[in-house]
Write a protein of this length. Structure first.
Length: 424
């Protein structure tokens, strides 16, 4: 089942810490910018309004227009109908507080109406605006700097927090078979969630190792306990064959016994091969794909002749010379041919070897699309009639392919028939 998480735990932890750092930094930066604007709009303007009220009290009795420059502040008293005394950028503003841009300069403008006079206080705040821009630029730069440092800090934190987990994962991957490597010892981990996980994995690994050991012992017992009686039966059959040369009835019985002995020996060899790890097969009994295909053809020729079916084998020049277990490849091909002959009433069955592929094609009844998806399961029934099964052969063949890491595919032919393709 695919994981719903796209990224690793380390990546998710790293980006979570990074997002937290960025969010906190951004929040602090926004608060600082708002604080600067609050200082400008509240404290700064309140100070200017207080200065203007003092000027009004001082010059309200003056009967003429007044212009009083004092440093960066200029006070104006002028008729409400004549603003010529004001610079053009300051003229005809209603009562209130304003920020005026005039050329390269920036000014704070406070206007109060006291009919028939207008009182104006203008302060040059160009220097303050420059400081304000520098403050905002500094905040942005600080945000970027802290975000960059936060990235590396988040990587470090994620690595340190997940170090025990990554150590455990490396130890498990280093010893997937039994989990008994020195680096995979639950006592090496602290008594926390990781230590509990290490202990659980160790217990599971011990169980798997115990099951594997039991299977090895069972395989050895089967090899001895079954092969020895089969050898005794075979020897007895050979003795009986010498003493019944003139009795056809007894010869037929002995022939059936010998075939049963041969089949049993092949089955024992097959299951012993499946009990071994891939690559541990007896190399002196290996064969190539063309050799296995020709041997299967020879074995099933008589059965095909009895059914009136043409059984053919073709090997493309340059086919793979890779050697595989004769027991396992023969079991797969024999099961596929047995299945093909069972479901073919007329026509042909062919074995085609191409590169590392072996295809078994038949012109039989074919496979229903609804059955094809489950064809390798045990006891799958054919829709052609009650009691018609594909048998255990395909299930065993699939198990052999999975064990050897081979690939077995099925595809319906047109207009009828089926193709099984084995890739080694």
């Amino acid at each position: 089942m695919p994981s719903r998480f796209r990224y690793s735990i380390r990546a998710r932890l790293q980006w979570s810490v990074m997002a937290l750092i960025v969010a906190i930094t951004a929040l602090c930066g926004i608060c600082m910018v708002l604080l600067v604007f609050w200082f400008e709009r509240t404290l700064f303007y309140n100070h200017l309004v207080g200065d203007l009220e003092r000027y009004i009290d001082e010059y309200q009795s003056a009967q003429n227009a007044v212009r009083i420059p004092r440093g960066d502040i200029t006070f104006y008293k002028l008729p409400s109908t004549d603003h010529t005394l004001l610079p053009e950028a300051f003229r005809y503003y209603p009562e209130g507080n304003f920020e005026v841009l005039s050329g390269p300069g920036a000014y704070s403008l406070i206007v109060r109406n006291r009919s028939p006079w207008v009182y104006v206080l203008a302060q040059d705040q160009s220097d303050f605006e420059r400081l304000e821009l520098l403050a905002v630029a500094g905040i942005v730069f600080g945000f970027l700097l802290i975000s960059g440092l936060g990235y590396w800090l988040s990587r470090y934190i994620a690595s340190q927090v997940l170090l025990p987990v990554m150590t455990l994962a490396a130890a498990v991957n280093a010893d997937p078979g039994s989990g008994r490597s020195p680096g995979f010892n639950p006592d090496h981990y602290s008594r926390d969630e990781v230590g509990d996980l290490a202990q659980a994995v160790q217990d599971y690994a011990d169980q798997v190792a115990d099951l594997l050991e039991r299977e090895r012992q069972f395989t050895a017992d089967v090899s001895h306990e079954l092969r020895t009686p089969m050898m005794v039966i075979q020897a007895a059959s050979d003795v009986l064959a010498e003493s019944t040369n003139d009795n056809p009835a007894q010869q037929r019985v002995l022939s059936r016994i010998e075939r049963a002995i041969k089949d049993m020996q092949q089955q024992i060899a097959l299951y012993l091969e499946l009990a071994r790890e891939p690559g541990e097969s007896q190399r002196d009994d290996d064969c190539t794909l063309p050799e296995a295909a020709n041997a299967a053809l020879e074995l099933w020729n008589s059965r095909a002749d009895e059914q009136g079916i043409a059984l053919r084998c073709s090997c493309e020049p340059g086919s793979s010379e890779m050697r595989v277990s004769r027991v396992l490849i023969s079991a797969v091909l024999n099961n596929l041919l047995h299945n093909a002959l069972n479901h073919t009433r007329a026509g042909s069955v062919s074995i085609e070897v191409t590169g590392r592929n072996v295809a078994v094609r038949d012109t039989g009844s074919g496979i229903d699309p609804g059955v094809a998806a489950h064809i390798f399961e045990r006891g799958v029934r054919s829709p052609q009639g009650p009691g018609s099964r594909y048998g255990l052969g395909l299930s065993i063949s699939k198990r052999i392919c999975d064990h050897q890491r081979w690939q077995l595919d099925v595809q319906p032919n047109s207009p009828q028939g089926t193709t099984f393709t084995l890739t080694v």
